[in-house]
Design a binder for this molecule. Sequence first.
Ligand code: AMP
Ligand code: MN
Ligand code: MN
Ligand code: MN
Length: 304
Amino acid sequence: MNQTLTSVLSEPNAVYDHDATERANRYARADLHCHSLHSDGALTVQELLTRAQQQQLQWFSITDHDCVAGQAEALAIAAQQPDLNYITGVEWSTLWQGIPLHVVGLNFSLSHPSTLEAVACLQQARKKRTLHLVQLLEKKGFHGIADWLNSNAAPNQVGRPHIAQFLVESGQAKSVKQVFHQWLGAGKMGDVKRFWPELAEVVHWIVSAGGIAVLAHPQRYKLSGRKQRDLVAEFAGVGGQAIELGLRGLSPQQRQRWFELALAHDLLGSAGSDFHQDDQPWARLGQVAVIPTPIEPVWSWFSS
Ligand code: AMP
Ligand code: MN
Ligand code: MN
Ligand code: MN
C-alpha cells in the first residue's frame, strides 16, 4: 500500500516506505501524447476524455499538432473527473539542423503570450505549407485538392494525413499508406519542412509559458549516433526538460540509447501512446511503457 508522509506523521512508529511511493509514482497510469479531431485524430475531445476515464488514467494530455483549440474543453470535462489529472498539451512541429522534429509541450499556460505567439506562428506555417503542398501535388497531376480545401478544411489545421485521405476518397490513390510511401513521407516530394520554426524557439515558447518541453518519439527521426547525441545536448541546452521514454515500439537498443542520453542530460521521462485512431493497433490509448529507473517521470513535477 502507498504510504504518505502525512500518515507517517500521524503514526509515529510507522516507517515511511520511499520505495513504495517511488513505485506508485513510476507505475502511475499516464498517457501524455494523443490526438483529437482538432488535428489528425479521429475522436472528439469528449470521446478521448471518456476513454481516458475508462482506462483509469491518472495523468492525461491531448497533444494536437500545432493547435490548442481542444484544451479548454478538455480541462472543463476533466474537472468533472476527480481521479484524472488533465495536463494541457500540444505537439509543435519544428526544425533542427534541417531535420523535422516534434516537441510536445505539457502543463503550459494557454493564455500566456508565448503560447499565443506559438499558435499564430505554427498556424501560419501550416497554412503556407498546405498551399505549397497543394501546388506540388497538382503539378504531379492530382486534382481537386484546392477545391476540397476551400470547401471542407481549414488550411492552417490541415496535415498530410488529411490530404492523403482526400486522395484516397477521391479515387486518386489506393491507401493513405501508399500516399505517404510515394509522395508525402520522410524524404519524399511532399515532405515540405522549411516553414517550421527552429527547435530553440519552440522550446522557448513552452518554457516561457510555464510548461515542460518534451522531445517526442526520439527513435522516429532515424538519426546517426552522433546526431542523437548532438540533438539531446542542444535540446537540453536550450531548455528542453524531458524526453519520451515511456512508449511502445522501441527496440531494446533504442531504449537503452535514449535512456543513456536522458540520464546524461538529467532529463525527465514522459510517457505517451501517440493514439490517433482505432485502426492503428501500434498506438492504442493508454498503452505506454514504464519509464526506467532512475529517470524521473515528468508527472512528478505536476501537482494533482
Ligand atoms: P503533418 O503534421 O502534416 O506533418 O503530418 C504528420 C502526421 O502524419 C504524423 O503525426 C502522423 O500522424 C502521420 N504520418 C506520418 N507518417 C505517416 C505514414 N507513413 N503513414 C501514415 N501516416 C503518417
Ligand atoms: Mn499525427
Ligand atoms: Mn509526432
Ligand atoms: Mn503525435
